[in-house]
Ligand binder design. Structure first.
Ligand SMILES: [Fe+2]
Length: 290
């Protein structure tokens, strides 16, 4: 009898210390912010989410992030904001934003650049490290993210931090896979961003969650969240123009929810695709050992 009680207590303690984190990819402009304002609080409650991380580098008019929009996203329930190659686009606001502990930019910008790429947060008594890195292919010239990632995760491990999430902002799918293979034994989860197109390869390998790209949160019926007119003109004539966010569009909120145990192991994950017309699709993750 005593043994059963002990097992129940242990089970309860284990459940209580589990961490459920959510990740939203590139939020593109007002349509993306609007969906988050409509759905995020509801999803947080329904799935008992402890912490929401989101990539906000396209949240303001598709390019960069303003102080006003960052505060809006925090108000809607986002806890930590990561960045990428567009982090610097709202020049008047970015330096102030990067002083906020909740806002990260890729860690592989060279020494001396403002801001930081790794944050350690206390989430209900558990330490969660969030790493933001950027790829090399078609990206600004920065330090090698693979060498840096390895040293970052080793350093976090030496500090006893087991719950580690990485947003790898990269164009190339192969780069994302390479990054995962380098850091998978140290982290709880890695999810890619930047392409704005979600991939269908969500998996938990041993104890780590992997998804090549979560896809955008914003308009899905134009061209990667931007109005089609300028990109089409550019493709047909070679002449450029200013990219705009569509004023009227069909939009999608894409959110990854990861259940992490006491030891920082990803034990379960789902991805929700919530469309603006109310349709909702939930995908479970494939799990395997190797
Ligand atoms: Fe990007």
């Amino acid at each position: 009898m005593a043994l059963i009680w002990l097992e129940l207590v242990l089970h309860f303690l284990q459940k209580k210390t589990n961490l459920k984190i959510a990740f939203i990819g590139d939020i593109v402009g007002r349509p993306g912010r609007k969906l988050i304002s409509h759905y995020l609080k509801k999803i947080k409650e329904e799935y008992n989410i402890d912490c929401v991380i989101a990539n906000g580098e396209n949240a303001s008019h598709g390019f960069g992030l303003t102080v006003k929009n960052a505060n809006e996203l925090f108000k809607y329930g986002i806890d930590i904001i990561t960045g990428g190659n567009h982090t610097w686009d709202k020049k008047q606001d970015i330096l102030a934003l990067l002083e906020d502990n909740r806002i990260l930019r890729p860690a592989n910008y060279p020494n001396g650049v403002a801001g930081k790429g790794v944050g350690i947060y206390d989430i209900n008594g558990t330490k969660l490290a969030v790493i933001n890195l950027m790829g090399l292919f078609t990206m600004p010239q920065c330090d090698n993210p693979f060498i840096l990632a390895k040293s970052l995760v080793e350093n976090l491990q030496s500090q006893g931090i087991k719950h580690i999430f990485c947003d790898f902002h990269a164009e190339s799918t192969a780069e994302k896979r390479i990054m995962f293979m380098i850091i998978k034994d140290y982290i709880s989860a890695m999810c890619g961003t930047h392409t704005h197109v979600g991939t269908d390869d969500m998996q938990i390998v041993n104890n780590a969650l992997y998804l090549t790209d979560i896809g955008l949160t914003g308009c899905f019926d134009n061209i990667i969240g931007m109005d089609s007119a300028v990109p089409i003109k550019k493709a047909l004539t070679g002449l450029g123009g200013h990219f705009k966010i569509p004023t009227n569009c069909n939009s999608i909120l894409q959110i990854l929810i990861i259940d992490i145990d006491n030891d920082g192991n990803a034990i379960d994950a789902i991805k929700i695709k919530q469309y603006s017309d109310g349709q909702k699709f939930v995908t479970n993750s494939y799990k395997y050992k190797n």
